[in-house]
Design a protein around this ligand. Sequence first.
Ligand code: NDP
Length: 485
Amino acid sequence: MTYDPQPQASHYVNGAYLEDDTGTPIPVIYSANGAEIARLHSATDAVIEAAITSAQAAQKDWAALSGRERGRILTDAARIMRERNHALSVLETYDTGKPLQETLVADATSAADALEYFGGMAGTLTGEHIQLGEDWVYTVREPLGICLGIGAWNYPTQIAAWKGAPALACGNAMIFKPSETTPLCALKLAEILTEAGAPAGIYNVVQGLGDVGAKLVTDPRIAKVSLTGSVPTGRRVYAAAADQMKHVTMELGGKSPLMIFDDADLNNAVGGAINANFYSSGQICSNGTRVFVQKGIKEAFLARLAERVASAKIGDPMDESVNFGPMVSENQMKIVQGFIAKGIEEGARLVAGGEQVDRDGFYLEPTIFADVTDDMTIARDEIFGPVLSVLDFDTEEEVIARANDTIFGLSAGVYTSDITRAHRVIGAVEAGACFINSYNDAPVEAPFGGHKMSGVGRENSRQAIEHYSQLKSVYVRMGDTEAPF
Ligand code: NDP
């Protein structure tokens, strides 16, 4: 079979590409030059209905397979993704603008990790036996039914797989709605799952704006909603899902603290701050955008950081030596420019960057602010762009209190050579995904998700199984049934 790197139509339903060009057009813009590279269509009611009915028709038989049989299909899909990593990475770069240097190692590979991990786990999913004298209870882990995945635009392949792999491993069907900004990559995952042997209808992709997501969320045939997106969208989707008591996973935004103590290895701390702010042009939910630096090393830290950031290679994301690409869209670039202007207006010191790069496409320079205070807009709101804010601090107690003074709780990091302090600080922060002398690692084996307004539920690891299955418990009486009358 020859492999076509481009998706063939807007949607993927019932095991095949599907087009309905009466839907609202969705232009796909390559953010490195502003060119329209594809034109898809938002799902019409007919497409949504076809996705739901095909998922419904397929799910029961899929759930009736053994876990090992389902798992084999997922691990086959993982193998195909790895074989096609280069083409899938190029597509991810077209979809998002992220440099190929990143997408080659962080997107299809991460999706393959999830397919492999949950594929391996599928055959191990069991209930338990609870002995109660001569009676006993057994539990059965059952799928939920049809799960809806709704994606953000920063990691379209990864998000589609982080939701799809555990859902399918548990015996569910999935309907995935990508962000309209990055609609291409999830289609390839659907195609590869079919090629690996997934029955038609088990993994459908429908395109659309928020209204398509909203229709799916409120359909009574959908049992669960897993959203990756912003807090305001999360609030709306969670409320709509609650109306029908649906299960939810909410992976939302953050404003995470990275705390750097005087005794930290300076180069590692600077490297951590770069990974926490500039990978994917800063468009990562777990980014450590509030960089608290202890006063003793502040100027040395800033000098080293500015020096290393100046060596970033900004350019054509398809050039593998480029390590800093454009923002995902003109709209996102303008939002981030608004935050940069606000930072300057509110008195933060601009140490580096701040400007749009003088070339086609939606490029913003990696930007560093110093002397940022807790009340400034850039220290409070999620920016979702390449803007690093340095705040200084004196004591451990002070930095913990300030780190926690936010509605968000997705991530936190600490750099220190004092091992007891590292654990003490991480023990005290209100955040779900934390790092000691590192930042932004997200292996599939580790639970990922937020505290506070950053979310509900966990993706990845064995924990994800809890969020894509439900338990049935069965009491078995071995003797006579006693009744009061
Ligand atoms: P949005 O919240 O704007 O959108 C997320 C998804 O929800 C999109 O597919 C969107 O569709 C859809 N949507 C919007 N409104 C509704 C609705 N009423 N009902 C159902 N679906 C709806 O987020 P962005 O795409 O702008 O992504 C950036 C955000 O995602 C940031 O806040 C970031 O922190 C967060 N994020 C969180 C991650 C995590 O794991 N915690 C990881 C990555 C990002 P459309 O875009 O087509 O309108």
